[in-house]
Design a protein around this ligand. Structure first.
Ligand code: PEP
Ligand code: MN
Length: 368
């Protein structure tokens, strides 16, 4: 059971006290408190675990500080929607709202290689009004002898360049829990010129100890990638590990499924599941066309197949697109062949914005 408290309720208020006094009577019920920073308010939810059958939903709904009470199913306790259309979906971070209604582009380098390419990319993003990017510093590579990313050495200058170019959020993958502290330390030492969304890569979807460590901190939100070889249900349960440890500021990212089904694309594009994830959970949904399609194949209509894939996801309601760009893909140290070119950026942004507008018009069509 979840008790949603009235917005901005103070834990010293009489309404709050009344609820905790009431719940104290049930020794077999454990309470977990979760706070989410919404657009204009802080929302507090109390998760009741244990023997909740003895609780009277109507009685609790009548208590002073209670907004509503939701009975939950077993799956995705915190991130799940539980058929409650009013529950807050999404979060705010570094002044930016991420929700199941709005849309952001995170275009940038698959891997940070050198200062010049980072600066060129950020300059282009800024000149097109972009405030988010992707920058990989820790790269999980198939081959142990391949470039593994510059790691913590590059963080200070990447963050400083981001600050100079008005970037508010960088999606950055981590592969080990020690890297959380490295990122937090670099942000602090550079005076927080930007923000970081910690990315969990597809290879770590079920690395539960990493997920627990990321979930124990609430400073940085999370971009969680679907596992490329497990079911959607398993990936959603894995995302719930983050929330169960305390961090429910999570965006769920589709990035294609491994296997021969998608060949000659790198993976089978799974963006038809965008609306399904929005129905099952409260997470904003991201699509990654670069790692799904994995190349620069061009359809006979002249449009890159990765752009077609991104458009499909956004027309179906995706809230974010994570996409590889590079100023000089042939010299990129990771995933150059799938990167888009900087002179394709304005057309890409216009196309994606048009797709999101079209998605909104589809809602109007179907609500009439
Ligand atoms: C990435 O986004 O850089 C990446 C490695 O993606 P994935 O985990 O989806 O393979
Ligand atoms: Mn990559």
């Amino acid at each position: 059971m979840i008790i949603v408290l009235k917005p901005n309720i103070d834990s010293t208020s009489s309404g709050y006290q009344q609820i905790t006094d009431y719940l104290d009577r049930f020794s077999e019920v454990q309470i977990q408190t979760h706070q989410v920073q919404g657009h204009q308010q802080i929302l507090t939810e109390l998760y009741l675990l244990g023997n909740t059958k003895q609780l009277d939903q109507d009685e609790i709904s009548g208590l002073e500080g209670v907004d509503r009470v939701i009975r939950i199913s077993e799956e995705y306790r915190i991130l799940g929607r539980h058929q409650d259309q009013q529950r807050l979906a999404g979060f705010s971070y570094n002044g930016i709202d991420f929700s199941q209604d709005n849309f952001h582009v995170f275009a940038g380098l698959c891997a940070v290689d050198n200062r010049e390419n980072v600066a060129t990319t950020m300059r282009a993003l800024q000149s097109h009004g972009q405030i988010c990017t992707r920058m990989g510093a820790y790269k999980p590579r198939t081959n142990p002898y391949s470039f593994q990313g510059h790691g913590k050495e590059c963080l200070p200058w990447v963050f400083e360049l981001a600050g100079q170019h008005g970037i508010k959020v960088i999606a950055m993958e981590i592969t080990h829990e020690d890297q959380i502290i490295e990122i937090q330390t670099a942000l602090k030492e550079t005076g927080y010129p930007t923000g970081v969304m910690l990315q969990i890569g597809t290879r770590n979807t079920q690395n539960f100890e990493l997920l627990k460590a990321v979930g124990r901190q609430t400073e940085l939100p999370v971009l969680f990638k679907r596992g490329y070889g497990v079911s959607l249900n398993e990936s959603l349960n894995a995302a719930e590990y983050l929330a169960s440890e305390g961090n429910s500021s999570v965006i769920f990212c589709l990035r294609g499924m491994k296997g021969e089904g998608g060949a000659p694309h790198r993976n089978l594009v799974d963006f038809a599941q965008v609306p399904l994830i929005k129905r099952l959970t409260r997470m904003p949904v991201c699509v990654d066309p670069s790692h799904s399609v994995g190349g620069r194949g061009r359809a006979p209509d002249g449009i890159l197949e990765c752009v077609h894939a991104a458009a499909q996801g956004i027309v179906a309601g995706a809230n974010m697109v994570l996409v590889d760009f590079h100023p000089n893909p042939s010299a990129a140290l990771v995933d150059g062949p799938q990167a888009m070119l900087m002179d394709e950026l304005p057309r890409f942004l216009d196309d994606m914005a048009a797709c999101h507008e079209f998605y909104k018009s589809r809602i109007t069509t179907w609500s009439e």
